[in-house]
Design a protein around this ligand. Structure first.
Ligand SMILES: Nc1ncnc2c1ncn2[C@@H]1O[C@H](COP(=O)(O)OP(=O)(O)OP(=O)(O)O)[C@@H](O)[C@H]1O
Ligand SMILES: [Mg+2]
Length: 374
């Protein structure tokens, strides 16, 4: 069991490509931390530096208080699962899982004990005598995880382990990783570009962009208080609606004025603006699709718009609407909130009024894109 600490870690590839800048993070013992961000942001590079598969250009990586910069991967007590599993095709599942133990000359009865135990936890006992080619993608994935499990590693590193699986299997394996995590009770660092995976798996999420950490927080923290516009738009699906507008302070109350409306910032967000004495200014306003509602009548606090696309997702509708000045927004509405007649009317060209409350608004500086309330 172990904690992992990265201090001012930097990765410079040849030709001065800086893949990771000043990465600082302390991962606690038994914590599940997810690195998430768009392609090329430096997730794998950071993970590979922890694993010892990539030199650390500057800074230190510590495992359990010991600087491991110069330790070989095999001496770091880590186990790693990659996207492409990398199983030995000519060996059975049993032999694949046993491989690292036999390298270490572990006695065969102990190998048997460990392999059957891992297979049991992963539900692959009946495939132990098969070769990898006779397994489905999800089953191969489990063998790869089994191989990592038997090594009793202090830290479990996973780089996009589910990205080769179809959507249904990915959801199933995601749940299995949550279960596995409870059974193994070890430290996990998990890389993905999928925000849903990050949100559902992580105790804490590290959101990266262009080699920089944008925010570290629990799933709830990054969802409710994104530090900047990038995080706000990256976390949550469909993504947060954002638009330029004004924040106005008037007689102790705050208002926003998107698309000609005037909506009071009520609730906790209004209180926070008052506490911090935020001045009237141009802002970028963010509102998540699920926080916009359809208004019965068009008052000052509603925004008139026209429906373009109605995506029926089953339990909810995703309404793509256009405002009078041509801005596109997405509104997410639970299907049960609408009766059959109302649902039938939601077709191309339908005029709607939308609104939202103060407590679900996010305010970002027009210049620096930073959350005004963080
Ligand atoms: N061996 C290398 N030499 C030079 N540049 C590299 C090398 N490996 C990665 N890079 C660059 O470093 C940056 C970070 O790459 P990295 O693989 O860490 O990204 P990632 O976040 O894992 O992306 P993805 O989601 O696509 O896997 C990218 O700009 C990439 O092109
Ligand atoms: Mg990667």
């Amino acid at each position: 069991m172990a904690n992992v600490k990265l201090t001012d870690v930097k990765k410079i590839y040849d030709k001065n490509v800086v893949a990771v800048h000043d990465f600082n993070l302390e991962i606690k013992d038994k914590e599940f931390v997810v690195f998430v961000g768009p392609s090329g942001c430096g997730k794998s590079t950071t993970l590979r530096m922890i694993a010892g598969l990539e030199d650390i250009s500057e800074g230190t990586v510590e495992i359990d208080g010991e600087v491991v910069n110069d330790l070989q991967p095999k001496d770091r007590d880590i186990a790693m699962v990659f996207q492409n599993y990398a199983l030995y095709p000519h060996m059975t599942v049993y032999d694949n899982i046993a491989f690292s133990l036999r390298l270490k000359k572990v006695p065969e009865d102990e190998v048997y004990e460990k392999v059957t135990n891992a297979a049991n936890v992963l539900g692959i006992t009946e495939y132990l005598m098969r070769k990898p080619r006779a397994l489905s993608g999800g089953q191969r994935q489990r063998v790869a995880i089994g191989r990592a499990m038997v090594r009793n590693a202090k830290v479990f590193l996973m780089d996009e382990p589910l990205s080769n699986l179809d959507a249904k299997l990915r959801n199933q394996m995601r749940a299995e990783i949550i279960l596995l995590r409870q059974k193994l009770d070890t430290t996990f660092v998990y890389v993905t570009h999928d925000q849903t995976e990050a949100m559902t798996l992580g105790d804490r999420i590290v959101i990266m962009q262009n080699g920089y950490i944008e925010q570290v927080g629990t799933p709830m923290e990054v969802f409710e208080m994104p530090t900047n516009l990038f995080v706000a738009e990256f976390i949550g699906a469909p993504k947060m609606n954002t638009f330029k507008t004004k924040l106005i302070e008037e007689g102790g109350k705050y208002y926003v004025t998107p698309f000609g409306s005037k909506i009071e910032v009520n609730g906790i967000k209004g209180d926070m603006l008052r506490e911090r004495n935020v001045k009237s200014q141009n802002i970028i306003l963010g509102v998540r699709p699920e926080h916009i509602s359809l208004a019965e009548n068009g008052g000052e606090d509603t925004i008139p718009c026209t429906l373009e696309v109605n995506e029926m997702m089953g339990s909810e509708l995703h309404l793509h609407v256009v405002t009078e000045d041509g801005s596109h927004l997405i509104v997410r509405t639970p299907t049960v909130d609408l009766d059959a007649d109302a649902r039938r009317e939601l077709v191309y060209g339908k005029k709607l009024n939308i609104t939202f409350e103060g407590k679900v608004m996010h305010f970002f500086g027009e210049e620096d894109n930073r959350n005004l309330l963080v």
